[in-house]
Design a protein around this ligand. Structure first.
Ligand code: GLY
Length: 558
């Protein structure tokens, strides 16, 4: 008996409790997927810049050091919450070129071609440079040139290639893909003499481009020398992006989705992201269900959450698209009565076959190479940025003379509405190709408040899995009381309605959890990894943060 009491006392007094510990700091913090980019952001914070300044520096640095997803030739979303409680969502997603058309990715046999994801036709008009400059002008404290300069130095002087980057570049998939495009082959594969870890990757053309952007601002990228070089390369290779497309590129400021969950406030990504609505709807289904009493990672919890996911992704297939082109029924999808109906339709003991679930009366194809970073500064401003080239190394094309990889974001449109795309996702007319339209995204930069105060800044890459990854980290913190490192480490799972399968990371126990899920009727498929979260949690007077242990990323504070 005495022994039991002693043990109980030891458990009660556990301070760190077996969990991996996050980075801790008192003033500011940056969490990103790549060390040099994180360092660039922290240096900006330490020298008096705010979180938006740091976000600009990190975004541009990642465009140099994380070429698979960091970018100048892509687009994304920046969610901002200022210390005085204002929020903004800067949408710098790529837009379809003016010459894009509904059936442009269908071959003579009516089947989708590879053009939506490979080569010059795959790119939407990039938004990153204009988006970052817009954010800096509206919120920044530092000079634009000072924020571009770290990226210039990394491109000009080079940075040591990490083990992960070296392995990624020499992998069969990436090396074969980049070999299709001479500039990409020369720069990233050194024409077959693969980079070893520790060797410097120097990118002189990219350095020159960044210098022009540093000196002339985004005008260079959209109207100047860089714009001319992009348009010329496009014209020479049958691409659609013209000088006019670049000149007309416009950033949108949007109102973030805002909802409540158990007294917390969840601030998320509105359309053209499907993330904020999805996370809010799924949290609504979870709230009041009692799902959490089974514990994190239990078969019952995974089952209930997977059923919420399956139902949201059915809605997503039908109702989500660019709000400038399609009236996304956000309030109907988040109507408490509708959510209660969705919750009631879940059988706690059996998987509902996806064939019996329709989008409510009232999925999509994103690849997994996106990246997210989270920043909090000493004043309490918070920024969550998710941006992307879409596929790993985007379209594969590096534009001649400027060293900029272009996105293949056009693949996030429904090439053939109603049919599943290369990720098995089904999507409707709401997300069909139209000139100047933004393809639907899953990117879900998210900020959570507790008692009206900043609590959690989180996001992830991962195509459609992003929404579920972010949901899982949120509930790991809010419902299961984990520290942020532990919350990010937990094995993840994903259901997207179709294909009707439950993807699970391989760390779930095969003979207990997975067996139980199979018995309940889930088609379980084990995957290597899901998501690359970068998150910061305010824990009392401490900022606690982490990059994802599934990456080489870092969280660093001061
Ligand atoms: N291309 C990834 C996304 O937008 O979801």
């Amino acid at each position: 008996m005495r022994k039991i009491v002693m043990l109980a006392a030891m458990v009660a007094s556990c301070v760190l409790c077996l969990a991996r510990q996050p980075e801790r700091a008192k003033h500011g913090m940056v969490a990103s997927v790549e060390k040099h980019a994180t360092d660039a952001g922290v240096a900006v914070l330490e020298s008096g810049g705010n979180a938006v300044d740091a976000a600009v520096a990190v975004g541009l640095a990642l465009g140099v050091t994380h070429p698979a997803a960091g970018n100048l030739g892509g687009g994304g979303f920046m969610l901002i919450r200022t210390a005085d409680g204002r929020t903004n969502f800067i949408d710098f997603r790529e837009r379809a070129p003016q010459k894009a058309s509904h059936n442009m990715y269908l071959g003579p046999d009516g089947k989708p071609t590879d053009d939506s994801w490979k080569g010059y036709l795959a790119s939407g008009v990039p938004g990153t440079v204009r988006g970052l400059e817009f954010a800096q002008k509206k919120y920044g404290k530092k000079k634009w040139a000072d924020l571009v300069d770290p990226a210039v130095q990394l491109a000009r002087n080079g940075f040591p290639v990490s083990y992960g980057l070296s392995q990624g570049l020499r992998s069969k998939r990436t090396s074969e893909f980049l070999s299709l495009f001479p500039e990409s082959k020369r720069i990233f594969l050194r024409d077959g003499k693969f980079y070893e870890p520790g060797e410097l990757l120097i990118q002189p053309e990219l350095a020159q481009t960044l210098e022009r952007i540093r000196n002339e601002g985004s005008k260079d990228f959209y109207e100047g020398e860089t714009a001319r070089l992009i348009a010329a390369d496009m014209a020479a290779h049958g691409g659609l992006i013209t000088l006019d497309d670049l000149k007309n590129y416009k950033v949108f400021e949007r109102t973030p989705t805002t909802g409540a969950y158990k007294g917390y406030t969840i601030i998320g990504a509105p359309p053209p992201s499907s993330g904020g609505v999805g996370i809010q709807q799924m949290l609504g289904v979870l709230e009041g269900s009692g799902y959490e009493k089974h514990g994190a990672g239990s078969a019952a919890t995974v089952h209930f959450m997977a059923e919420a996911m399956r139902r949201y992704f059915a809605d997503r297939s039908e109702y989500m698209g660019d709000p400038e082109f399609y009236p996304v029924p956000v309030s109907k999808l988040l109507d408490p009565k509708y959510i209660a109906e969705r919750r009631r339709s879940i059988d706690p003991a059996r998987a509902t076959p996806s064939s019996t679930i329709r989008p409510g009366k009232t999925l999509l194809g994103e690849s997994d190479e996106t990246t997210h970073y989270s920043i909090v500064d000493a004043e309490g401003n918070a920024v969550a940025v998710t941006y992307t080239l879409n596929g790993s190394y985007g379209s594969g094309v590096t534009v001649a003379k400027i060293g900029v990889l272009l996105n293949n974001e056009m693949d996030d449109f429904a090439a053939k509405p109603g049919e599943s795309n290369m990720y098995g996702l089904i999507q409707g007319e709401a997300n069909s190709v139209q000139p100047r339209k933004a393809p639907l995204s899953s990117m879900s930069p998210t900020i959570v408040l507790r008692d009206g105060k900043l609590y959690l800044v989180v996001g992830s890459p991962g195509g459609p899995t992003i929404i579920n990854t972010v949901l899982e980290v949120i509930v790991n913190v809010l419902d299961f009381g984990m520290n942020i490192a532990d919350a990010v480490d937990q094995p993840r799972f994903h259901h997207q309605w179709y294909p009707d399968q439950l993807l699970v990371e391989k760390r779930f126990s095969p003979d207990t959890i997975l067996e139980l899920l199979r018995t309940e009727g889930h088609a379980v498929k084990v995957t290597n990894g899901q998501g690359e979260v970068a998150a910061i949690l305010v824990d009392g007077e401490w900022l606690t943060g982490t990059a994802d242990p599934r990456t080489e990323g870092t969280a660093k504070g001061y």
